[in-house]
Design a binder for this molecule. Sequence first.
Ligand SMILES: Nc1ncnc2c1ncn2[C@@H]1O[C@H](COP(=O)(O)OP(=O)(O)OP(=O)(O)O)[C@@H](O)[C@H]1O
Ligand SMILES: [Mg+2]
Length: 308
Amino acid sequence: MSALAVRVRDLTKRFGDVIALGGVDLDIPTGQVHGLVGPNGAGKTTLLGLLLGLSRPTSGTLEVLGNGVGATVPDGVAGFVDAPGLYPSLTARQNLTALARLRSGRTAPDVDALLDRVGLLDVAADPTRGFSLGMRQRLGLAAALLGDPRLLVVDEPANGLDPAGKHQVHRILTDLAADGATVILSSHRMDDLAALCDEVTLLAEGRVVFTGPIHKLVTESGELDYRLVTADPVAAHRLAAGTPSLRVVARHGHPVDDRAIVVRGPEPAVDDLVRRLVADGVAIRELGPVVPPLEAAFLALTGSGGAA
Ligand SMILES: Nc1ncnc2c1ncn2[C@@H]1O[C@H](COP(=O)(O)OP(=O)(O)OP(=O)(O)O)[C@@H](O)[C@H]1O
Ligand SMILES: [Mg+2]
């Protein structure tokens, strides 16, 4: 078996004039939790749908679990994009049981174990018609887990989940990867992805602008804006302006507040400024990035504007 769970080469997907994916290359190793992130319309759902065989590429190649994705999805691949499809008049248990029979002839006890795993055992006998978004997401995940997938592909699986539910879903995903399966998910939450994923791929306008470990995302984006509050803003401004590779982007008194200045530069330059402040006896009260580094990296690399 291939060491790659997903191998994508020069993948293009058009919808009429819209280029949803424009020449995507991507390798995802087996056993990873891999996050897809990017602005609205970047192509995340399109890519996940292609991996699940829900639509066909315009051009390019797509292999999952060592097999080309064609008219049928290779065995061992499961998941959902957008909202998971459910029968509204059936209960949660009936929905899963029906799916289990369709797919693999599994019996009810497995279904209850799965419902328990996603935290829905208490509402197993309720029709899914009345389910909240979070409950639907959980049931969709349970449905995807029915066949013990080797590759799980899920679009915003934590969307609509309360904090406990999100934790539960994250746990399920990391457990799957620990058992050797590969998980690919999309999310808009950089902090969630940082906590969950081995690697992330950042898409913007149908192209891969970054793929790799999330900590590299921050270092690759380079400069950040830092807000600095000292006991002497005038001195701080003078020292910051004299520090190589550092720029003062907001002056004392404007626009953040009257004690703060904002400096822009790479981390070592900020370290340099701290040493200068200390040497001059200027007390530092607060120093930190204006925008959390992951979000700043996202904004910088997707060209969405912002601090960095
Ligand atoms: N079935 C479709 N018909 C026409 N255009 C589509 C279709 N599906 C997606 N698109 C277009 O393709 C582009 C990528 O959409 P996609 O849904 O993959 O983005 P996304 O990254 O999942 O966005 P979001 O963060 O909003 O979920 C968008 O411009 C979208 O309008
Ligand atoms: Mg989407």
